[in-house]
Write a protein that binds this ligand. Sequence first.
Ligand code: RET
Length: 280
Amino acid sequence: PTATSVPGPVPTVIPTPTEYQTVGEAGHRTLWVTFGLMVLSSGIFALLSWNVPTSKRLFHVITTLITIVASLSYFAMATGHATTYNCSTVWDHHKHVPDTSHQVCRQVFWGRYVDWALTTPLLLLDLCLLAGVDGAHTLMAIVADVIMVLSGLFAALGEEGKTAQKWGWYTIGCISYLFVIWHVALHGGRTVSAKGRGVSRLFTGLGLFTLLLWTAYPIVWGVADGARKTSVDTEIMIYTILDFLAKPVFGFWLLLSHRAMPETNIDLSGYWSHGLATEG
Ligand code: RET
């Protein structure tokens, strides 16, 4: 008897190809340059408080802290820290052969969200102190703001195929952002008029500047991190421009105006008891 081997199907393991969307040379350099700019701004802000008595340095302290935190965050990102990959499977549909899939792994710099979670509350604190918003309303705006940033972090790490994990968190973040705007614009607009025309105009200017810039973040997020329509380098460059305007430029505008306008001095009397008399 002769043994015949029947050729069967050859088992094959097709390795899933992986496409990495990662930081390149230009993005890497941009992170280092932004780190330098944030350090430089922190130094200048600290110097601006030189002749200011300690009791009147609150705006200086808050504003300097904002760029110091940004410096740390950019240092981490430039050295390749505070980052991870969000991978997902993408199906490629074919007409005559079975569909195949490949992996796409996009670099997510979660360090940004740590930065934003610390600095955006401080930026709001600057605006609220300028307008004379009381402690309770400031706290509510800050809590909504932290929820907004954390939602963005969860969305960024959400799985591609799971719409709720990604765009659900994004939606929660956007709703929180509306709360922030509502609190700061409504209460700030109400209280700032007591501080006179100069402060009102400054608050309106800084507030609108902030509103425009901040609104760009969720748009950029949606296109770059959400839909992955830009390269990681392009994303880094856009965020750098926004961060530079939202932190150093905002800071210079605030501190130089504060220096020129004594009416901007902070008065914390009644900060936590505002409204008690009328609310009973
Ligand atoms: C996310 C995604 C979720 C929805 C919203 C967002 C808003 C982010 C903002 C960030 C502001 C950052 C600033 C940094 C300073 O340098 C988290 C992108 C609404 C408003 C001002």
